[in-house]
Write a protein that binds this ligand. Structure first.
Ligand SMILES: Nc1ncnc2c1ncn2[C@@H]1O[C@H](COP(=O)(O)OP(=O)(O)OP(=O)(O)O)[C@@H](O)[C@H]1O
Ligand SMILES: [Mg+2]
Length: 362
C-alpha cells in the first residue's frame, strides 16, 4: 500500500527544527506561545549556524512585524499578489507559534458560518439534544478554546456577512454556543489564540471588507522576490525538492531555471533586464508558478524520455500558464519570444526561439 503523504503540514515537515529551537529557547515568550518570538523568526527565516533552513525568502522585518502583531490583540492580514508565499508564511508562523498549522478555514463563495464556528453531529443532536458530544467544532472554536493560531485563507472571497462573523469573536474574544447551557455555552479565547488571514490582491478587493473588520487586523503586504539571483535559487531548490518527491533523480539544467525566471520577471514587470519595455501579461507570472513550471518541465523530460527536461518541454507548459487569464496573453508571450529573446545569450534562449518558431504543435 502507498502510504506517503504528499505534503505533510509544516510542523511535521520541520519537526526536527521545531524541537531543536524549542529545546534551546529560554527567553521570555508571549503568553500561550510554543516558542519565543526570536525562535519563531529563526524558524521562518533560517539560520545556517544552527542548521535551520530558510523557508520564506524575503524581508525579515515583515516576519518580525507579523509575529509582533500576533502577540497583540489584533489579527494579522497578509495581502499581496498571487503566488508570493502568503499561505506558506501563514503556515510556517502558525507551526512556530502554536505547533499546529492545521486550524485552517478556506475562504470561498460557499464558506458558511458553520465552517468558521461550529456545527452539529445531527444524529447525536436528534438522539440526545444539544451536548458537547454532539458539537462539531470548526477552527475558530478550537483555536479560541485551545489557544492556537487560526488561519483564514482567502478571506476576501467569502461573502461579507460571513466575514463579519469574525467581528465579535475578535473583539469580545468569546464564542457563544447558545444551544448549550452553563459553562459550555461560552468558549473564551485562551492565550495564544489569534488569527492570520490571507487575501489576494487579484481577487475581490480587500477594500470591500467592512471597515469594522479591517480595524481588527494589521495589514502586511507580501511582495514578490525582488532580487534575480535569489529568485533563481528559490525556484531551483523548490523545484528540485518537488522533482525528488516525484521520483526524478537527476538535476535540472541551471540554464533552464535562469531562462524561466528571467522570462517570468520580464513579463511580470513589463521590462527586460536591460531596461527595454515589453508587454506585461495579465496572467500572474509568480514565483510559485515558476516553481510549478520547472517541476512540470522535469516531469515531462523524465517520464517521457529519461532526461530532466528541455527548453522545448518548458515551452509546451509555458503556453498554458501564460494564457490562463486571457487568450491575448498567449500572443503577448509569442511576441516576447520573437522580439526579445535574442537579447539574451546562451543556447537555452536559442532553443526557446527554435521551439517557438518550430512546426505547429499537435
Ligand atoms: N518569497 C518566497 N519564499 C519562499 N517561497 C516562495 C516565495 N515566493 C514564492 N514561493 C514559492 O511559492 C510557493 C508558495 O505559494 P503560496 O501558495 O504560499 O502563495 P500565495 O501567496 O498564498 O498565493 P495565492 O495568492 O495564489 O494563494 C512556495 O511553496 C514556494 O515554492
Ligand atoms: Mg494562498
Amino acid at each position: 500500500m502507498n502510504n506517503r503523504i504528499q505534503r505533510p503540514p509544516a510542523e511535521v515537515r520541520y519537526a526536527d527544527e521545531l524541537a531543536l529551537l524549542a529545546g534551546e529557547d529560554s527567553g521570555p515568550r508571549p503568553p500561550g506561545w510554543a516558542m519565543t518570538l526570536r525562535a519563531a523568526r529563526t524558524f521562518v527565516m533560517g539560520d545556517d549556524d544552527r542548521n535551520i533552513r530558510g523557508k520564506y525568502v524575503g524581508d525579515p522585518s515583515l516576519v518580525e512585524r507579523s509575529l509582533v502583531t500576533l502577540a497583540t490583540t489584533r489579527g494579522l492580514m497578509l495581502v499581496g499578489e498571487p503566488g508570493t508565499a502568503k499561505s506558506l508564511l501563514s503556515e510556517l508562523i502558525s507551526a512556530a507559534v502554536s505547533g499546529d498549522s492545521t486550524l485552517t478555514i478556506q475562504g470561498g463563495a460557499a464558506t458558511t458560518e458553520d465552517q468558521i464556528r461550529y456545527s452539529w453531529n445531527y444524529a447525536l443532536l436528534v438522539a440526545e439534544g444539544p451536548s458537547v458530544r454532539a458539537l462539531v467544532p470548526a477552527p475558530m472554536l478550537r483555536g479560541m478554546g485551545e489557544g492556537r493560531i487560526v488561519r483564514f485563507e482567502e478571506i476576501t472571497r467569502c461573502p461579507l456577512e460571513v466575514q463579519d462573523t469574525l467581528l465579535s469573536l475578535l473583539s469580545e474574544r468569546v464564542l457563544a454556543v447558545p444551544e448549550l447551557t452553563g459553562d459550555d455555552a461560552m468558549v473564551y479565547a485562551r492565550d495564544g489564540f489569534n488569527i492570520i488571514a490571507t487575501a489576494n490582491t487579484r481577487d475581490r478587493g480587500v477594500n470591500e471588507m467592512s471597515a469594522a473588520l479591517k480595524r481588527r487586523f494589521n495589514f502586511e503586504t507580501v511582495h514578490p522576490i525582488s532580487d534575480f539571483d535569489t529568485e533563481v535559487d528559490l525556484v531551483r531548490t523548490e523545484s528540485a525538492a518537488l522533482l525528488r518527491a516525484s521520483g526524478v533523480t537527476i538535476d535540472q539544467d541551471p540554464a533552464l531555471t535562469e531562462l524561466l525566471v528571467t522570462l517570468f520577471r520580464d513579463l511580470r514587470t513589463g521590462t527586460t533586464s536591460d531596461g527595454t519595455a515589453v508587454e506585461k501579461l495579465s496572467s500572474v507570472m509568480s514565483t510559485a508558478e515558476a516553481v510549478s513550471l520547472a517541476h512540470a518541465t522535469g516531469i515531462r523530460g523524465w517520464f517521457l524520455r529519461g532526461d530532466t527536461g528541455t527548453v522545448a518541454d518548458l515551452a509546451e507548459s509555458l503556453a498554458g500558464t501564460a494564457s490562463k487569464d486571457s487568450a491575448e496573453d498567449a500572443a503577448r508571450l509569442g511576441r516576447y519570444i520573437e522580439r526579445q529573446a535574442h537579447r539574451y545569450s546562451g543556447s537555452a534562449w536559442h532553443e526557446l526561439r527554435e521551439a517557438h518558431s518550430g512546426p505547429p504543435r499537435r
